[in-house]
Design a protein around this ligand. Structure first.
Ligand code: HEC
Length: 244
């Protein structure tokens, strides 16, 4: 412990009062010159990423005044469950009122509730909750199988690598995030339709059977993935909250 003290002291001397904590970025020492009344999510929420890994997109939040106009130079601070790292963890909103941070998720497969806060002129905290999804090993495998076999029909959007077949289908499949439909199906139902195709549940034969293509473990991985990404959440999801 004693060996760390001088390093800490040097760091403080160099950047001027930054606390020696891995969650505090350089921005946390910045002094706000403006205050907002509201925080809104610009982008980066509801991402799906591997546990312990950085999310593909940064999280961007915007500070607004009570008229809905962007407020530059307001302080924004991020907090998350144990294990989540923000880079930076706090800082001032830029000229368009936005604060951008890169997020690395913790190590449990779960829905991660993150929180961004800013203070009003009256020093009242305004909080915005943001959710991200951390996929464990099995769900990551399911996500890859989905890309390989399912998303060309179950995702209506095309990407440069994959042209969606969705528009050609007479009966429309649901995106796996559509919890209102998928949460009503039991694990046994999902296993049946994936293994034997649509007709197994009196549905369209446009849903092909995968019983010969996928192993039991792969089907299980797909179900685990589908359960994790569903919105609203399936059953009692593993949610990890901001540390108090
Ligand atoms: C060729 C297109 C196509 C592919 C590829 C495909 N599906 Fe489907 N899927 C459908 C269609 C069409 C339906 C809707 C059937 C109905 O409602 O009658 C469907 C329905 C389903 C349903 C029931 C819920 C819903 O969306 O209505 C599940 C679960 C499902 N598919 C899982 C999968 C999985 C897992 C894969 C990949 C292993 C996959 N599907 C690949 C076309 C496809």
């Amino acid at each position: 412990m004693r060996r760390f003290l001088p390093i800490c002291a040097i760091a403080v001397a160099l950047v001027g009062g930054v606390a020696c904590s891995h969650t505090s970025g350089p921005g946390s020492s910045a002094k706000p010159t403006a205050f907002g009344a509201a925080l809104v999510e610009s982008s980066g929420g509801k991402q799906t990423g591997g546990v312990g890994a950085a999310l593909a997109q940064p999280v961007v939040v915007q500070v607004n005044d009570d008229q809905g106009n962007a407020v530059p130079n307001a302080l924004v601070a991020m907090r998350g469950p144990a294990g989540v790292v923000f880079d930076p963890a706090a800082g001032l909103s830029d000229s368009s009122g936005q604060f951008t941070t890169n997020v690395t998720l913790g190590f449990s497969p779960a829905r991660y509730q993150l929180s961004a806060t800013t203070a009003t002129k009256a020093n009242k905290a305004v909080e915005l909750k943001i959710e991200e999804i951390g996929l464990g090993y099995q769900q990551t495998l399911g996500s890859q199988l989905n890309d390989q076999y399912c998303s060309r029909c179950h995702n209506s959007e095309s990407t440069p690598e994959r042209v969606s077949n969705y528009d050609n289908l007479e009966v429309k499949p649901h995106p796996f995030t559509e919890g209102d439909t998928l949460n009503k199906m039991s694990d046994a139902d999902l296993t049946s339709i994936i293994s034997f195709g649509g007709p197994a549940l009196n549905k369209s034969p446009l849903m092909p059977p995968y019983g010969y293509t996928l192993t039991k473990a792969q089907t299980q991985a797909l179900i685990s993935y589908i359960r994790m990404v569903s919105d609203p959440p399936y059953g009692v999801p593993g949610v990890v909250h901001v540390e108090k």
